[in-house]
Design a protein around this ligand. Structure first.
Ligand SMILES: CC(C)(COP(=O)(O)OP(=O)(O)OC[C@H]1O[C@@H](n2cnc3c(N)ncnc32)[C@H](O)[C@@H]1OP(=O)(O)O)[C@@H](O)C(=O)NCCC(=O)NCCS
Length: 228
């Protein structure tokens, strides 16, 4: 049976195909910007402390992320948005969301094992008249509790948040029972600014909420006082 495509149409189609060759440099650039490329190198840290790095997520973080986040105590004083139990599906979805939408959340790893996630932390940027402020969120796997790691990581994240020029106020909400978290913030210069009575309810239990905050001016003064 004869083709319905006339020779002249064929020529046009062939010419169009030749006019759009696969450009290796364009393809390489597209691959480089694919946030979910599992073969991409580990991203550079945003902060380095004496024992830890805080770095953007990588698609291959999902298994160690889920392992570190997977014990029930981690979620006790977190919002309901933090899944418990924490599965591989959760970590894959969370990492994809953060990488695709460029959300300022990061992972914590030990310097010696930069590819093994031991915790997570990040900024929830304020909006409107609070655009200069960001709320901090953070957690670390139970195996690493009590080593002073979160104090170190929070100091690094705070420095990054202020020095990046994006925010001039950082703050955190803490369940009143979560005294270890309050201590970590206080050790980084944050001050208790208020207690919201009965403000949170988790699985039927009501708690007070402690608000701790730090302005860039107070952070500079606090840093200076530590150096002298
Ligand atoms: C809260 C959390 C971040 C602390 O991390 P961590 O790495 O164990 O904390 P650090 O070791 O850096 O410091 C904890 C500090 O709190 C102190 N602390 C522990 N329990 C305490 C308590 N009940 N009351 C007062 N201080 C307490 C520790 O002694 C330590 O202070 P120190 O260095 O002066 O001894 C960690 O337990 C965690 O991830 N919990 C689950 C998630 C979570 O609650 N995130 C915070 C949400 S606001």
């Amino acid at each position: 049976m004869a083709s319905s495509t006339s020779p002249s149409t064929l020529e046009t189609v062939t010419a169009q195909l030749q006019a759009t060759p696969a450009d290796p440099s364009t393809m390489a650039a597209q691959l480089e910007t694919n946030p979910m490329d599992p073969n991409a190198p580990l991203p550079e840290p945003i902060a380095t402390t004496s024992r830890l790095i805080i770095r953007p997520m990588h698609p291959q973080d999902a298994p160690s992320y889920a392992r570190a986040a997977g014990t029930p105590l981690i979620a006790k004083y977190m919002s309901l948005a933090f899944p418990s139990p924490y599965t591989l599906e959760h970590s894959n979805g969370w990492i994809k969301l953060n990488l695709t939408d460029k959300i300022p959340n990061y992972v914590i790893a030990e310097k010696d094992h930069p590819d093994v996630v031991i915790g997570g932390m990040g900024f929830k940027p304020g909006a409107d008249v609070q655009s200069h402020a960001a709320e901090l969120g953070y957690w670390i796997g139970e195996d690493w509790w009590g080593k002073g790691y979160m104090q170190e990581a929070l100091a690094g994240l705070t420095e990054y948040g202020f020095e990046s020029g994006r925010w001039s106020r950082l703050w955190a909400n803490v369940f009143s029972e979560n005294q270890a978290s309050v201590t970590c913030l206080e050790k980084c210069g944050y001050k208790l600014e208020g207690v919201l009575k009965g403000h949170v309810q988790k699985h039927g239990e009501v708690s007070d909420l402690h608000v701790l905050g730090l302005t860039i001016e107070d952070w500079r003064k606090w840093k200076q006082s530590k150096e002298t």
